[in-house]
Design a protein around this ligand. Sequence first.
Ligand code: ZN
Length: 413
Amino acid sequence: MDKKQPKIYLVDVTNRDGVQTSRLSLSKLEKTMVNMFLNEMGVFQSEMGFPVTNHEINYINANVELFDLGVLSPLVLSGWVRAIAADVEIACRQTNIKNLNLSISTSKQMIDSKFKGKYSKEDVISMMVEAVKMAKENKVNIVGVNAEDASRTDDDYLYQFAKAAKDNGADRLRYCDTLGYDDPFTIYKRIYELAKKVDMPIEVHCHNDLGMAVATSIAGAKAANDAGVDAYINTTINGMGERAGNADLLATILAIKYSSGFTGKYLLDEKVDLSKAWKIARYGSFAFKVPIPINQPGVGANMFAHESGIHADGALKDSRNYELYHYEDVGRGEPVIIETGRQITVGEYSGIKGFRNVYEKLEVEFKDEEEAKNILELARFANVHKQKPLVGDELLFIAKYPEITKKILTMVA
Ligand SMILES: [Zn+2]
């Protein structure tokens, strides 16, 4: 009997790995917008944050509420916690998070030099198992178990760890190439053998320290699929993440859709809508305050620019001479309009007249003065909260979901 062909799904970790990175941060409103855009783009899951961290409680609960309302749906919203039963208990008690990834180090390097004799290899497995059991007791839907530094973990121990996770009810194993140590060949071999033996879906989490995050991610996913299980690639918007970053969301999609060894052979989650790539990359760049490099795959300024004689001539005759995909495939082609004359913006000291003008341009009408004042007040708070001008999508979000916005903007100790 034919087994269904396994697929590749995307788990974006911008709101977790991206924001924990040195010098990078997003406000809770921006994190919410990232979830909205990921959902629009058909990304399977957003690792949305840290449910044990107190300042994330309202943000997480408000986003789960958006999921329950069908706004942030079908996006799977998940949280990251240490694989410690007590942390899982706190996460489930103080937030409504429905899906969790539980993380613990598995390499000899980290067990010896981070835990410093406090925990043995056996302890690490039993802590993880207790954490999985706690998640199951609390009715967590999807439980992923993360082997931190899996690429420097010995094969046999990694298998024992994965098997114990599976036997206790974990749904997926996250293979973390925490330091970007793997290459496409090593990760393929290791994940293929692991997936064949343990037979459970594998998440592939790769870093870009050696410039190979996308290559190792797709090699790992291919290995999982070849071994007969689904793969979940961890990505971030514009590749933002610890040190040299993670696998770039867009480049990963492009690689699966258009590279010679994948196109037509491996199945990417059919919900993924590549045409939203331009919008999410631009928003990520704005929110993180990190420009998109001129040579960025798909969304860089030079991606569809041709100048030298032979290239320009060839591209004009048939774009496929020098382009693997069309600019419209990644959501480009619309001219960007920049206001060069008078402009009214919304900020923390805005007044009602200017504010109404901005919303009129967005074609939002308020039912009365009361509602307009309420939304203005929220927009002012949002501006204080994010310390950047509010963009159209954020203003629309605030007007549409004022109660949820209030929650997102509220932080209590
Ligand atoms: Zn990471």
